[in-house]
Design a protein around this ligand. Structure first.
Ligand code: PLP
Ligand code: ZN
Length: 382
């Protein structure tokens, strides 16, 4: 295989093996996670001439020039400015994506690459928004999409996947069993995994690029993000890293990750100062979308949090419920998982913030996905 560092290639983060970018693999033959070698371009004048979607950053994505985006008009979500406990904060409105969560960032870019490769069928495992996002973009592209979901997945999310045309298979035995079933199906079909596939992270990195542009081509001091599998956290880190390397920003923002107290493997490892995560059994939490006990990219998350001078916060169920109530009453339709990040944001501004610090956080998912649960939680007139 030709070694062309300036060309576009997949590279293994463990053994450094290289593969052509259009190889339909999702991990290295050694089992390692793949990254993508290529040269992103950031041309501000060109960006501002393009439409208000995440495709205004297509030159920064590892897609061939001729690749047609599979698009539902996603991205470039509003960055609202407000105050929380007197502290100014900016809040990305990622609940406003077409399928109702930021996962559309990753799915749009991943499915565009899959379509360009001429792949007709993909498999994925998900108990929530990654599956709904993938189902939406596969439906749009006319790609068959098989999703393995744990049987306890919320009926509304399963219904959303099916409505987009996905072939949903429920699996007994939790997330691990669903992942194992998807892996088996991936022997014969492309594994469009939001956890493993590097194109997904190059989609979620648009979160950082939008913030950069919306803050006047600057990076904020701090970004407060959820951490389950870390697709937003690692996408954000990738975007800010690329901007720094290209001389577009002068420093990396501190990345502050938020986990639910009852499922906090990242927080545990961070406190112990170790570089690997010890898996935990997730407890029951309102923030089911971040209840990942054994994140595949745990070591990568620890590395970016450490490298940016960030930290990991944990939030209790009472804090999540409180954030859910407070933000709904301010007019924001958010799902319970999204409330966990805002509970972390509240902790951060109450305890940790510095003078004149610019802080950005995010609403990750739309509340209409979970109205009966939300009604049961908030409906008591409290
Ligand atoms: C997926 C998701 C998260 C967590 O993202 P990770 O990539 O797992 O870290 C948070 N909120 C919502 C609404 C999600 O769908
Ligand atoms: Zn390898």
């Amino acid at each position: 295989m030709l070694d062309r560092p300036s060309g576009q290639q997949l590279v293994c983060t463990r053994c450094n093996a290289r593969y052509p970018l259009d190889t339909p693999i999702w991990r290295c033959s050694c089992g390692g996670l793949l990254a993508i070698l290529y040269a992103p371009r950031f041309d501000r004048r060109r960006i501002t001439r393009l439409g208000p979607t995440l495709w205004r950053y297509k030159d920064a994505m590892p897609l061939a020039r001729e690749t047609e985006p599979v698009s539902l008009g996603e991205g470039y979500t509003p960055l609202l400015h407000g105050r929380l406990g007197g502290v100014p904060v900016f809040l990305k409105q990622d609940q406003l994506f077409p399928s109702g969560s930021f996962k559309d960032r990753g799915a749009a870019v991943l499915v565009s690459q899959v379509a360009a490769l001429g792949i007709k069928r993909v498999v994925e495992d998900s108990s929530g928004n990654a599956g709904t996002a993938l189902a939406a973009y596969c439906g749009r592209a006319g790609i068959a999409c098989e999703i393995y979901a744990p049987e306890e997945t919320s009926p509304a999310k399963l219904a959303q996947m099916r409505a987009y045309g996905a072939d949903v298979r429920t699996v007994a035995g939790g997330r691990a069993a669903a992942a194992a079933a998807a892996l088996e199906a991936a022997e014969s079909h492309y594994y469009a995994s939001h956890v493993w596939n590097p194109f997904f992270l190059h989609g979620t990195k648009s979160f950082a690029l939008e913030i950069w542009e919306q803050m006047g081509w600057k990076a904020p001091d701090t970004v407060v993000l959820p951490a389950g599998n870390g697709t937003l956290l690692l996408g954000a880190a990738l975007g800010f890293d690329e901007l720094l390397a290209a001389g577009q920003i002068r420093k990396l923002p501190r990345l502050v990750a938020v986990q639910a107290e009852v499922c906090a493997p990242l927080a545990d490892a961070f406190r112990r100062g170790v570089q690997q995560i010890t898996s935990v059994t997730p407890g029951l939490t309102l923030a089911e979308g971040i209840a990942i006990g054994d994140p595949v990219r745990g070591a990568q998350m620890l590395a970016v949090i450490g490298r940016t001078g960030g930290e990991v916060l944990t939030v209790s169920e009472a804090e999540i419920l409180q954030a859910l109530r407070v933000w709904w009453r301010l007019g924001y339709a958010l799902e319970p998982t999204a409330a966990a990040t805002l509970a972390g944001l509240a902790q951060y501004v109450n305890q940790g913030h510095r003078e004149k610090e610019t802080i950005v956080s995010v609403i990750t998912g739309h509340g209409l996905k979970a109205m009966s649960q939300i009604d049961a939680l908030l409906g008591e007139g409290v």
